[in-house]
Design a protein around this ligand. Structure first.
Ligand code: MN
Length: 433
């Protein structure tokens, strides 16, 4: 007997991959774990008859000679994983899109590729085999794909994910059904907690990013707290939001974080606390802790381990094309022309005195003033940056002050200049080697 199975707390990508496996391996039985996500449960309560799904209890597991594992690479996430690993020992095949380095399953065949959704890998094979995908299957596959890629906007999304979405739409995936089930479970309970959090919301600065770490007391099981934190971050409008949910009755703290800046890696913070996650999202579960200490701990972790790998130092231009404070305005005008730039730093003995830009020329009233030194016209309220800051920080300063370049200052000396285009080049991955 061959069976396919997926991780516990099955999400749509897991269920889609499970159904996908039955198309790739006709004859394989799809075994659904006992614990599945609430929205998957809602989907199945309506679509149950459309898919033949089994539970581990329905089958004689000793008779399993081939196990197809989809959307996970760990024994611990598979129901009866130990039994398969230690006793039944079937031939194992893996289809997974998580980091292969985390894989602890010794499989005889693997398809492991980084992809936004696992179903993308499986649809590739289904297509090659020429198997038909029904509109209901296409809908389920697309829900899985959209859920794991955040509607194709998560950074892990690949071009192949997007092509696969198109292919599933060609196969008549139904977007209105998809919307019904992808709509997250934001109910009364989640709303109450969100409102509670907003009452005590505060913002602070960590490495020039905005952060909000909130402590809220909850009681009883609440699903979808991660959605609450996601909404909280958007409403409070911070780069990083962390919810510390205190459950008095069982002495637990559920910590859930969201970050939209790569310099503050939530996954790394949660791993330090014994949890896990991605750079943008993560969680941890702590027992017998004081929530205030947890908050301080998170602040320390966010401050400590987050050093942007690429710094302003790596992107700045140096040496700096500049003028000195007694350079005449006519000479400045000529240099701006020759260098084809809109502004220049004014530097005396490596010290920044000011910035002169094309718009400062409006201050010139009489033609004779062209012979006056630049120091009379330059602006002296200069926004600068230190070389160890991140490109994101530089970009924000430029947007905030509406300027096109930032002098880079170290030990009171100008050591370079970073322009808007330098920062943009970095964001578009054209970083010089
Ligand atoms: Mn997945």
């Amino acid at each position: 007997m061959q069976i396919a199975t997926t991780h516990q707390s099955t999400d749509f990508d897991g269920l889609a991959s499970l159904v996908g496996a039955t198309l790739i391996y006709p004859g394989a039985l799809a075994v659904l774990p006992r614990i599945i996500n609430p929205n998957v449960k809602a989907f199945l309560s309506i679509h149950k008859d459309m898919f033949s799904l089994y539970r581990t209890g329905d089958l004689d597991l000793a008779a399993v000679n081939r196990l197809i594992v989809v959307d996970t690479n760990k024994w611990s996430r598979i129901e009866k994983g130990e039994l398969f690993r230690d006793q039944c020992k079937p031939e194992v095949l893996i289809w997974d899109h998580h980091d292969p380095a985390d894989c602890d399953i010794d499989a005889s065949w693997k398809c492991q590729e980084s992809m936004g959704a696992n179903i993308t890998l499986m649809v590739r094979r289904i297509k090659e085999q020429g198997a038909q995908i029904s509109p209901i299957q296409a809908t389920l596959f697309l829900i899985g794909l959209y859920e794991d890629t955040g509607n194709l906007v998560f950074p892990s999304t690949t071009a192949e994910d997007a092509y696969t979405a198109a292919y599933l739409l060609e196969n008549r995936a139904d977007l209105s059904i998809l919307r019904t089930f992808l709509q997250p479970a934001y109910g009364e309970r989640q709303k109450d907690i969100l409102f509670e959090m907003l009452k005590t919301a505060s913002r602070s600065k960590i490495h020039n990013y905005s952060a909000s770490i909130n402590i809220t007391h909850i009681s009883g099981h609440t699903s979808n707290l991660s959605l609450v934190v996601h909404m909280y971050r958007e409403i409070v409008n911070v780069d990083v939001a962390v919810g510390i949910f205190v459950q008095r009755e069982n002495d637990k703290c559920i910590v859930i974080g969201r970050s939209i800046v790569s310099d503050l890696n939530i996954g790394a913070v949660m791993r330090s606390m014994g949890g896990g996650g991605h750079p943008g999202a993560g969680s941890a579960l702590l027992k017998s802790v004081n929530p205030n200490s947890v908050r301080e701990w998170i602040v320390e972790l966010l401050k400590g381990n987050q050093e942007s790998s690429v710094q302003v130092r790596d992107l700045m231009s140096s040496p700096v094309i500049h003028v000195t404070s007694d350079t005449s305005m006519s000479e400045v005008s000529r240099i701006l022309e020759v260098e084809n730039c809109t502004g220049l730093p004014v530097v005396d003995q490596d010290c920044l005195k000011g910035i002169i830009s094309r718009r400062d020329f409006k201050k010139l009233k009489k033609a004779g003033q062209f012979q006056s030194p630049v120091k009379a016209f330059m602006s002296t309220k200069n926004v600068t940056i230190s070389p160890d800051k991140s490109p994101m920080h530089a970009a924000r300063l430029m947007v905030k002050h509406d300027i096109g370049r930032l002098p880079v200052i170290e030990n009171d000396r100008i050591i370079g200049i970073i322009s808007r285009s330098d920062a943009m080049r970095y964001f578009y991955d054209a970083l010089p080697d």
